[in-house]
Design a protein around this ligand. Structure first.
Ligand code: PLP
Length: 370
């Protein structure tokens, strides 16, 4: 077993499928398993953090986050997402992970059901299980977006929430405006809450990002600077929702985190209000890599729906666990679809948050060994 930056060194914990693979990878492996941008945080953002340290901005902040940042988030949501919220309806969190956890904690009592895309980001199921709720799978359509008809079918009197993740992990699929609107109508009709995880919002190559909160008040919008600004380690994310939700969620947040990292909050203000050219550069680079990867996969006989967003391709392959193992033995790390739920079994997830060079080398290896 090799040491890498994700190694826990703890034996009695059932680490996630993705991290397990990383632990088994050799030191020279091409890593197409990782879900974080392979870019450095832009300089203007780093400078803002250094300034915050030099200014002694190192204490607790308001539980909801510093007003400057909440105002910047309100402006962003209004401008880009057509969501109108007041600063006291925004909470700055320790990444999207915390926002997901505290939102579900506030909503789910033991026995409550949460509808979760399958395959989907693995944290959703784990959090619901930790809360003694029931995770109920919703299928994806052929284009790998959430099947709204299946959502309707799975709703019971115990359903509390439904997760929407567009652009999606592990699929890269982007839900259509019509589907997002239909989901918002269902949420209103059935009185359930949409947890809208929008962390890949800035990486959309075709189509548009649509936030359900522009159509319904029964939505908790979750986002983070982690992916958008190459800030995964800074741990700064946020949620926005109507005040009644935020009040409940704050009860969990105030004991879990007290507040988000003060320095990262200052840096996040600069990220949101400063120049956006690095986001555009990252997005263009991801698109180039996606085009090469998806063409390469289709050429070698691994059919792949064109992912319209995020930085993942989700090609079809039989016996995905075996395929991922074979690739691992040949120094290419990918993630078997089963890591994202049983319905992912005929797929592997390939992250293209890796250099073009690595992607091209990996395609050659895939062609040879699969
Ligand atoms: N939501 C999705 C869909 C993700 O893929 C990830 C990270 O991979 C997260 C949330 C967690 O984001 P953060 O690093 O901001 O906690």
């Amino acid at each position: 077993m090799s040491e890498n930056k994700f190694s826990t060194g703890v034996s009695n914990v059932n680490i996630s499928g993705i991290r397990k693979l990383f632990e088994a990878a050799g030191p020279n492996a091409i890593n197409l398993g990782i879900g974080e941008p392979d870019f450095d945080t832009p300089d203007n953002i780093k400078k803002a953090a250094i300034q915050a340290i030099n200014d002694g901005f190192t204490g607790y902040t308001a539980g909801l986050g510093i007003p400057e940042l909440r105002n910047a988030i309100c402006g962003k949501l209004d401008r880009e997402n057509h969501i109108s919220v007041k600063p006291n309806e925004v909470m700055v969190t320790s990444g999207a992970s915390e926002a997901l956890y505290i939102s579900l904690s506030a909503l789910v009592s033991p026995g409550d059901e949460v509808l979760i895309p399958n395959p989907g980001f693995l944290a959703y199921n784990s959090i619901v299980k930790l809360l003694n709720g029931k995770d109920v799978s919703v299928s994806l359509k052929e284009d790998l977006t959430l099947d709204i008809n299946d959502v309707l079918e799975k709703i019971t009197p115990k359903t509390k929430a439904v997760i929407l993740n567009s652009p999606g992990n592990p699929t890269g699929a982007v839900s259509s405006k019509a589907d997002v609107k239909a989901l918002a109508e269902i949420a209103d009709d059935k009185n359930i809450t949409i947890i809208s995880d929008e962390v890949y919002e800035y990486f959309i190559y075709e189509g548009e990002h649509v936030s359900p909160a522009q159509f319904s008040d029964n939505v908790v919008t979750i986002n983070a600077l982690s992916k958008s600004y190459a800030m995964t380690g800074w741990r700064v994310g946020y949620l926005a929702a109507k005040e009644n939700y935020v009040g409940q969620i704050l009860k969990v947040h105030q004991y879990l985190q007290a507040c988000a990292n003060s320095i990262a909050q200052k840096a996040a203000v600069e990220a949101l209000v400063g120049p956006q050219d690095s986001v555009v550069q990252m997005k263009n680079e991801f698109k180039n890599r996606r085009d090469v990867l998806v063409k390469g996969l289709n050429d070698i006989g691994l059919p792949c729906v064109m992912p319209k967003g995020a930085f993942y391709a989700f090609p079809e392959i039989k016996e995905c666990d075996k395929a991922a193992e074979t690739l691992l033995k040949n120094d290419v790390v990918v993630t078997p679809g089963t890591a994202f739920g049983a319905n992912g079994k005929d797929h592997i997830r390939i992250s293209y948050a890796a250099s073009m060079d690595d992607i091209k080398k990996a395609l050659v290896i895939m062609e040879n060994v699969l």
